[in-house]
Design a protein around this ligand. Structure first.
Ligand code: ADP
Length: 392
């Protein structure tokens, strides 16, 4: 099962995207729809509302009179809290039921208007934001959804900013063109990324990454920040720290387009306890439990656990290493040493280019070819650490 978070400012076009995903087989879980469902006539939700606010919130036919409820509950903080206290658990329970009932290969599309505002982004393996300029959204809300201009402006102003949305968006769907353009973009996204991602999750298969050097991408740190937040949330207190490491963490350095993240844990047992949480976050386990760098006779302390993203749109390796072990410390040192030393960075880049030119069949061969340089770099990096008082 793959859970996707879908959001966007009011009037951006989320509904178009969620109905496209639904047609393609996604199971849409829509907070607004659930919120209506749980207070339909005959539900415990409606009974609880009547108990709290009286029967004047009902229409003559016994259904909920929404404007009447809004009029009593919204202006008063305490009453609003009562309303939320009734609604939130019911909506949460129903949402969980819908997700639970979905088959193992399902793609659950959670349509959450306030995903950014309620800081839920790290809970999803993939966050999709639909966006259009404010003026375009305003016009659509007025023309198609019957909002007054003042009301539409107030709704937009109360929501997250574009910058806040960009910070959590793994995918940004621009809806400033026609609705047909948006549908086409949503379909392409489904076929190219979401469907293979879901298949990889179902089969616990990491997405394949092309072992090819690409020019440094200035968005790597932002992409990594989202991954780090997601992993922090997935691992909770079991992670001592989570860091962006490797070449993509060194600004200006060409690299394979694979983000490396290190999750520091207290022991390998803790690393193994995290398998289910990492799988749910979109990171199946990979073989290869020892760092190849042969700088130490003490092989035990070069052990790790490796996970990798199932998302074909964002190849990522997640290295779980034990706090204080040499491989855990070296990953952090290597990054900081390269960032601080332009000459070493240039030397490493030259090596990477030379190795890449040799056309290695597998990532393993590629890593092996860098080995002799790395052994000496290990010594030089630690000399630098001693000289500068570097600490992880
Ligand atoms: P949201 O669900 O994000 O609040 P909607 O999907 O309801 O926004 O879109 C707002 C309104 O604009 C809807 O009436 C929708 O039909 C219309 N709309 C969406 N995308 C476009 C588009 N590209 N061109 C014109 N109208 C659009």
């Amino acid at each position: 099962m793959l859970r996707i978070g879908l959001t966007g400012g009011i009037g951006a076009g989320k509904s178009t995207v969620s109905s496209t995903f639904s047609e393609l087989g996604g199971i849409v879980v829509d907070g607004d729809v659930i919120a209506r469902e749980v207070v339909e006539p005959g539900t415990e939700g409606l009974a609880a509302l009547v108990e709290a606010f009286g029967s004047e919130i009902l229409l003559p036919d016994g259904a909920l009179n929404r404007p009447a409820l809004a009029a009593v509950a919204f202006p008063d903080d305490e009453k609003r809290a009562t309303l939320n206290g009734i609604m939130h658990p019911l909506v949460g329970k129903r949402r969980a039921e819908l997700i639970e009932a979905a088959p193992a290969d399902a793609v659950i599309v959670e349509d959450i208007p306030l995903l950014v505002e309620s800081q839920m982004a790290p809970l999803f393996p993939l966050v999709i934001v639909v966006d259009a300029d404010e003026e375009v959204r305003l016009r659509r809300l007025i023309e198609h959804r019957g909002f007054s201009e003042a009301d539409a402006r107030a709704r937009i102003a109360a929501q997250a900013t574009e910058e806040q949305r960009r910070a959590v968006a793994d995918v940004w769907l621009d809806n400033s063109g026609t609705a047909a353009d948006l549908v086409a973009a949503a379909k392409a996204l489904w076929h190219d990324r979401i469907a293979p991602f879901a298949h990889n999750v179902e089969t616990s298969t990491p997405a394949r990454a092309v072992p090819r050097l690409v020019p440094a991408d200035s968005t790597w740190p932002d992409q990594a920040r989202r991954i780090v937040n997601r992993l922090r949330t997935a691992c909770g207190h079991r992670a001592t720290r989570v860091d962006h490491i490797g070449s993509t963490a060194v600004p200006g350095l060409d690299a394979k387009d694979v983000v490396d993240v290190q999750v520091t844990v207290a022991s390998l047992d803790v690393a193994d306890e995290l398998a289910d949480a990492l799988m749910a976050a979109g990171y199946p386990k990979v073989d290869g439990q020892t760092d190849d760098v042969a700088h130490s006779d003490d092989v035990a302390s070069w052990q790790k656990r490796l996970y990798a993203s199932a998302d074909p749109g964002r190849p990522t390796n997640v290295h779980l290493r034990v706090d204080g072990w040499p491989n855990q410390r070296f990953a952090l040192l290597f990054r900081d040493w390269l960032v601080a030393n332009a000459d070493e960075r240039a030397g490493y880049l030259a090596l990477k280019r030379a190795v890449a030119a040799e056309e290695h069949e597998t990532t393993g061969d590629y890593a092996e070819a860098k080995e002799p340089w790395l052994v000496d770099a290990y010594r030089r990096a630690w000399e630098w650490a001693d000289a500068t008082g570097w600490q992880p």
